[in-house]
Design a protein around this ligand. Sequence first.
Ligand SMILES: NC(=O)c1ccc[n+]([C@@H]2O[C@H](COP(=O)([O-])OP(=O)(O)OC[C@H]3O[C@@H](n4cnc5c(N)ncnc54)[C@H](OP(=O)(O)O)[C@@H]3O)[C@@H](O)[C@H]2O)c1
Length: 200
Amino acid sequence: MRKLTYFVAASIDGFIGDESGEAAFFTRFVDQEYLDFLREEYPETLPTHGQRALGLEELPNVRFDTVIQGRASYELALREGVTSPYAQLRQLVASRTLGESPDPAVEIVSADVVGRVRELKAEDGLDIYLCGGSRLAGALRAEIDELVVKSYPVLLGSGMPMLTAEFRLEEFALAGFRSFTNGVVVRTYGREERSIRGTS
Ligand SMILES: NC(=O)c1ccc[n+]([C@@H]2O[C@H](COP(=O)([O-])OP(=O)(O)OC[C@H]3O[C@@H](n4cnc5c(N)ncnc54)[C@H](OP(=O)(O)O)[C@@H]3O)[C@@H](O)[C@H]2O)c1
């Protein structure tokens, strides 16, 4: 069974962007040390145009071979004229309103997104990258097996939460962490894993 991993960038206080989700202010922390980490461990999580700009498009996928995102997140790419933002991955977009897919490489999931994710998990392959945003992550909350939280050293006070969901306590176990000289900390949490290993 492969995992659904919510790989997400957030502030210290857990917001993934301002109220609208805008988070360009996180990019100032993408320095060489952090980029080397992404290149080695999560190269496929960079959008294809970002990979190309950094000369990383030939790198093989390491952790994921599939990505799922919500329509609002996908629309950010559509607005730039990009219909296949993660061409290196199998792409799914949850939407009840988009109708036909704007790109043959993108599957639209309009009903039973939880059921579709369960089907994907039962297939062979690398893990599934839950890209976000907040509402889709809320809808898929019960299916999240792993969280990789890229914490940037900024405090926002309010903004878009990591999940749009009702209050419910769910325990996760810290499975790994990595800190960077610029203050970014990447923490990995699993529902089951209990072993803790850290590097800095
Ligand atoms: N910091 C990060 O790492 C990160 C990562 C990703 C995204 N973001 C940000 O998150 C923001 C968008 O987040 P968001 O919460 O507004 O939107 P979102 O989760 O990206 O998309 C919400 C849309 O997804 C569809 N959807 C959600 N649940 C569904 C379900 N159960 N079945 C079918 N469709 C479903 C609906 O589309 P329809 O309305 O078409 O039905 C819904 O309106 C963006 O600004 C983006 O920049 C941040």
